[in-house]
Ligand binder design. Structure first.
Ligand code: 5GP
Ligand code: MN
Length: 325
């Protein structure tokens, strides 16, 4: 049994808002990852089990590899703007704007539940703990606080979110709470092989074809410690892949021996790129991302950058160089 319901993180306030309200709008960040999606479903399912009315929203579609999750059939990507909800909850977003919906205008009480460092302080309740390995762990704490029993459907989502955000328990964010909660979820009936099968053993052919093109762009800095790959809109078109299929591509350049920081650029418009950075620990890529107007953690961060791909790679390499140990 895990007992970590620190009231200091806003858990008590969120629990009270849930207890006292009946209609909810739940949203997470655009281009959702495993934690964003599975946290959305875990909270949606749990609130419905409590008899609440819940709309689960994301501006983007569910990535293919997460469609096996319970709750995947209920996500909507359009909500009428004039609809009003008692409570709006933004999950895992870092910044409100990344939820792409006017949660504050549409909801009586708005809540930020997150684990990102420097998560934006918006809305009425700030439930953020950077010590949580995943936003889903915050949801677990809230459900514990409410004495709500964790169903298999909720457990599968919480387990998936933790697995996804800790890189399958490889990252330093995989703290003892992550293992304890994941273990408890298995105790609740989660089948780890079913989740791994969905997350890692069900890739689309197009993703591998896109990866092949993207890996061919590999550039390594003269010192051998920074590596970058990119994917252009043309590459996506050539293989018939959507943008979500490039998820986690940045892990490939990071896996090179000697590389401390990896960069992945995904073209999102003319001279405009979505930047992803991953560090092995010695460089705080979150700090650099914030400098560039984005955000994230020490070891995983991103943002949007403009310029030609050559200019952007050169600029990011130049900014990273003085940060290397
Ligand atoms: P990814 O590279 O997977 O898109 O993002 C890595 C990390 O950086 C995630 O924790 C994500 O929330 C954060 N991140 C990525 N893009 C942005 C952005 O534009 N703004 C902020 N604040 N955080 C971002
Ligand atoms: Mn997360």
């Amino acid at each position: 049994m895990v007992n970590n319901t620190d009231p200091g993180t806003g858990v008590e306030q969120v629990a009270a808002a849930i207890r006292d309200s009946s209609s909810f709008l739940i949203a997470a960040h655009e281009s959702p990852d495993g934690d964003a999606i599975a946290s959305t479903f875990a909270l949606t399912i749990a609130l419905r089990e409590m008899g609440k009315d819940v709309v689960a929203y994301n501006v983007d579609p569910i990535p293919q590899k997460l469609r096996f999750l319970p709750g995947a059939d209920t996500l909507v990507n359009h909500v009428a703007e004039q609809t009003r909800y008692d409570v709006g909850i933004v999950l895992d977003a870092g910044e409100l704007r990344r939820a792409k919906i006017d949660v504050i205008g549409m909801c009586g009480i708005s809540i930020n539940i997150d684990h990102h460092p420097y998560s934006e302080d918006f809305g009425d309740i700030y439930c953020v703990d950077t010590g949580a390995s995943a936003t889903a762990v915050m949801i677990y704490r809230i459900l514990k606080h409410l004495d709500h029993p964790v169903s298999v459907a909720v457990a599968e989502n919480i387990y998936t979110a933790i697995l996804s955000d800790t890189g399958s328990f490889r990252y330093s964010s995989a703290n003892s709470e992550a293992f304890c909660v994941a273990g408890e979820m298995v105790g609740c009936g989660v089948d780890p092989w079913k989740v791994a099968g969905g997350l890692y053993e069900s890739q689309e052919e197009e993703r591998l074809r896109l990866l092949a093109k993207s890996l061919a762009t590999l550039q390594i800095s003269a010192c051998g410690r920074v590596a970058a790959i990119y994917a252009t809109e043309q590459m996506f078109a050539e293989v018939g892949a959507g943008p979500e299929l490039a998820d986690s591509f940045v892990n490939y350049p990071r896996s090179i021996h000697g590389v401390e920081v990896a960069v992945f650029l995904r073209e999102i418009g003319p001279d405009s790129y979505k930047l992803s950075m991953r560090s092995k620990g010695s460089v705080d890529v979150g700090a650099l991302a914030r400098e560039l107007g984005g955000g994230g953690h020490r070891n995983a961060a991103g943002g949007e950058v403009s310029g030609s791909v050559e200019q952007v790679v050169a600029d990011v390499f130049k900014r990273l160089h003085p940060l290397l140990p």
